[in-house]
Design a protein around this ligand. Structure first.
Ligand SMILES: *Cc1c(COP(=O)(O)O)cnc(C)c1O
Length: 418
């Protein structure tokens, strides 16, 4: 059946030029006949049809309707529509986690014999997924520099189908040039997908810079309060509903309606959380730069950051809310890995407010030692190649008062070599 004759689900009447802040609280589905103001949570696995013929039309996809929550649920659809509106894409599809969004993307786009180019600095589980799991099915991945565009260009092969980037990177906060990577991808007839977890659409809209697909871990800033796992892919209607939806129907990496509802409500405060947490992060980064016990600060909002100008252009003049820094070990005792690790552990262990956890994107400030947690399974050589020393500490800055955060870190930094 032609798409224009297909019976569609209703849309909310919103101004065509509504801003992101408005879309974040208003986009979704129209209210039910009960007129609820806050979006309803539909905990139901299946949906009832008025008669057998309607059921048949809905199963044949001739009528857009809710059928079964593996692939259609009103709460999940509200989250998908709202996130797509924020990213400026035609559509979005929700998944159970950020990792399952990447799994769905690869199952939908690629087949054995296809080739992927991926930044070496992406999320650790993403590297494992590409290298080990997709490798088993004959999809090969070349890992390249986060920042050297020439390496991406040189890695292109005739069978390259996808470029995959994440910016800024974790924990080094290195920024890659989305517009340039989009050019390379499109010249090669490939797609560019960007993991937008660190910036969220409040700061960066990769599709506006030329990306084809945006990957999200809703677990991080979209929920923003550390409550549920969630994920999504945003992109064109053709890719989301034509390519990925059939895979979702078969493979079922579906987001639960409850988790969709939590993240949907999280989106309402996304812009103000990102602005407030980024402002806190900038102040913290500036303060850290002044501390004698701190060796280096990694934060795209600082002029000292190697990709500061690109970050400001690409991220709406904002550095985001993740700051990393390295501590100095006592020079007299040698700055070897063990001393650096002790110094970093000391700073972390002296905090009383910060939560020691490797998660990120919470209203609470989270602190972690990448060298022994998120990047602990790498060899010391791999870690050093990525710039992650044992003296590195990563802070996902929350909404606490900045003076309380600096006091929390000062306790350890000021007693480092006592
Ligand atoms: C956490 C994270 C993921 C994975 O998301 P989950 O929801 O934990 O599966 C992917 N990419 C980035 C950048 C992340 O930080």
């Amino acid at each position: 059946m032609a798409d224009d004759t297909k019976k569609k689900l209703p849309r909310k009447a919103l101004p065509p030029d509504a801003h992101i802040e408005t879309l974040a609280v208003r986009e979704g589905l129209p209210a039910t006949p009960w007129g609820e103001n806050s979006e309803a949570l539909f905990l139901t696995s299946s949906f009832v049809h008025p008669d057998a013929a309607t059921a048949a039309a809905r199963f044949a996809n001739e009528e857009e309707a809710f059928v079964y929550s593996r692939f259609t649920n009103p709460t999940t659809m509200m989250f998908e529509r709202r996130l797509a509106a924020l990213e400026g894409t035609e559509a979005a599809i929700a998944t159970a986690s950020g990792m399952s969004a990447i799994l769905l993307m690869i199952m939908g786009l690629l087949k054995a014999g296809d080739h992927v180019i991926c930044s070496r600095s992406v999320f650790g589980a993403t590297i494992v997924l590409f290298e080990r799991e997709f490798g088993k099915f004959g999809v090969q991945t070349t890992f390249v520099s986060q920042t050297d565009v020439a390496e991406w260009r040189a890695a292109v092969r005739p069978n390259t189908r996808l470029l995959f980037a994440e910016t800024p990177s974790n924990p080094m906060t290195e920024v890659c040039d989305i517009a340039q990577l989009a050019e390379i991808a499109h010249a090669a007839g490939a797609f560019l997908a960007v993991d937008n977890c660190f910036c969220t659409p409040a700061l960066q809209q990769p599709v506006k810079l030329g990306a084809d697909l945006v990957i999200h871990s809703g677990t991080k800033y979209l929920d923003g309060q550390g409550r549920v796992l969630a994920g999504a892919i945003c992109g064109s209607d053709k890719l989301i509903n034509g390519t990925f939806m059939p895979v979702m129907r078969g493979a079922g990496m579906s987001l639960s309606p409850f988790n969709a509802w939590v993240v949907l409500k999280g989106l309402e405060t996304l812009s103000i959380r990102m602005a407030a947490q980024s402002a806190n992060a900038l102040k913290l980064a500036q303060w850290l730069e002044q501390q004698p016990a701190v060796d280096q600060v990694y934060y795209p909002g600082l002029p000292s950051h190697p990709q500061h100008a690109l970050a400001m252009k690409q991220q709406n003049n904002c550095g985001g809310a993740v700051v990393s820094f390295t501590v100095k070990a006592d020079a007299g005792q040698g700055a070897d890995a063990q001393r650096l690790r002790q110094a970093a552990f000391h700073v972390i262990d002296q905090t009383r407010l910060c939560s020691i956890t490797a998660n990120l994107g919470d209203t609470k400030t989270l602190i972690t030692h990448p060298g022994s947690t998120s990047h602990g399974r790498l060899s010391e050589e791999q870690r050093l190649a990525a710039g992650i020393t044992q003296g590195m500490v990563r802070v996902s800055v929350g909404l606490e008062h900045i003076d309380d955060l600096t006091a929390d870190l000062a306790r350890g930094l000021h007693t480092l070599n006592d």
